[in-house]
Design a protein around this ligand. Structure first.
Ligand SMILES: O=P(O)(O)O[C@H]1O[C@H](CO)[C@@H](O)[C@H]1O
Ligand SMILES: O=c1cc[nH]c(=O)[nH]1
Length: 233
C-alpha cells in the first residue's frame, strides 16, 4: 500500500525512523551512515531510505518544513506503515544565550503558536511532550560520548520570518530554549497514537547571539545529532 505522499510498500520502512526536515539530509545520512540501503520514497522529492546501522534496521526520511508537512508524513508513517519510534533530527534557533552553534538540544516538550492541536477539540491547552524512554536514552548516549546536550522546552513556530522580531524574548522569559517548526505536530501525532517520538536538534542559529551556520553545514554537519539518533534505533 502506498499513500499520496509515500511510495513505500508494507515492510519497507523500519519501526524506527529518523526525520530530518531536509530530504537532502536524509540522503546524506543514508549514504554516509547506513549499510544495505534501499530508497523507498521519492514522491515530491521527499526522499526516504531504509538500511542498517550496527546491524539494526533503521529508516530515514525528510519531513519538509512546518507542522502541516510533518503532520502528514508522521501520520502516514504511524498509521499506514506501523512506525513506532519517530525521531526528528533538525536545526533550531537558540533563544538561550548559553547555547552555542552546533550544540545539541533535546526537546522534552514543545510550546507553539500553531493551532495543530485544535483538531482534538480539547477543553484546554495541550502540552506536547517527548517519549521519556527515547529522551532518557538519547541523553545517556550523549553523556557517554561526551556530547553536550541540553534538555528543555522548545517553541514550534509556524513563522520563520516574524513580523515582530523581538517576540521570541517572551518565549525565552518562559524558559523556552530554542525554536524550530515541526516538533509540536510530531509529538501530537505520536501521543495521540500511543507511539514514541523525540526531537533532537542542532543549533544552526543563535537568535540570542545573532550568529548562524551555512546551508551546506546544515545539510552535512550535525554529526553528533545523527550519532545520538542512530544509537536509539
Ligand atoms: O533543519 P530542519 O529539520 O528543516 O528544521 C528547521 O529548519 C527549517 C527552517 O529553516 C524548519 O524546518 C525548522 O524546523
Ligand atoms: O532560527 C531558526 C533556525 C532554525 N529553524 C528555525 O525554525 N528557526
Amino acid at each position: 500500500m502506498s499513500t499520496p505522499h509515500n511510495n513505500a510498500v508494507q515492510g519497507q520502512i523500519a519501526e524506527t525512523v529518523l526525520l530530518p526536515g531536509d530530504p537532502l539530509r536524509a540522503k546524506f545520512i543514508a549514504e554516509n551512515f547506513l549499510s544495505d540501503v534501499e530508497q523507498f520514497n521519492a514522491v515530491r522529492n521527499m526522499f526516504g531510505y531504509t538500511g542498517t546501522y550496527n546491524g539494526k534496521k533503521v529508516s530515514v526520511m525528510g519531513t519538509g518544513m512546518g507542522c502541516p508537512s510533518i503532520g502528514i508524513y508522521s501520520y502516514e508513517l504511524i498509521h499506514m506503515y506501523g512506525v513506532k519510534n519517530l525521531i526528528r533530527i533538525g536545526s533550531c534557533g537558540a533563544y538561550d544565550p548559553n547555547l552555542e552553534l552546533f550544540d545539541i538540544v533535546i526537546a522534552i516538550g514543545a510550546s507553539t503558536d500553531s493551532n495543530y492541536a485544535s483538531q482534538y477539540n480539547l477543553p484546554g491547552t495541550y502540552s506536547a511532550t517527548a517519549s521519556w524512554d527515547l529522551l532518557s536514552k538519547a541523553k545517556q548516549v550523549a553523556d557517554e560520548n561526551s556530547i553536550k546536550a541540553t534538555v528543555g522546552n522548545i517553541v514550534t513556530s509556524d513563522i520563520f520570518y516574524h513580523d515582530e522580531p523581538e517576540s521570541w524574548k517572551r518565549w525565552a522569559k518562559m524558559g523556552c530554549i530554542a525554536a524550530e517548526m515541526e516538533t509540536y505536530a510530531l509529538y501530537c501525532n505520536a501521543n495521540r497514537a500511543g507511539v514514541n517520538a523525540l526531537t533532537i536538534l542542532t543549533v544552526s542559529d543563535s537568535i540570542a547571539r545573532e550568529s548562524e551556520t551555512t546551508a551546506e553545514q546544515r545539510e552535512k554537519g550535525f554529526k553528533d545529532m545523527m550519532k545520538i539518533a542512530l544509537e536509539l534505533a
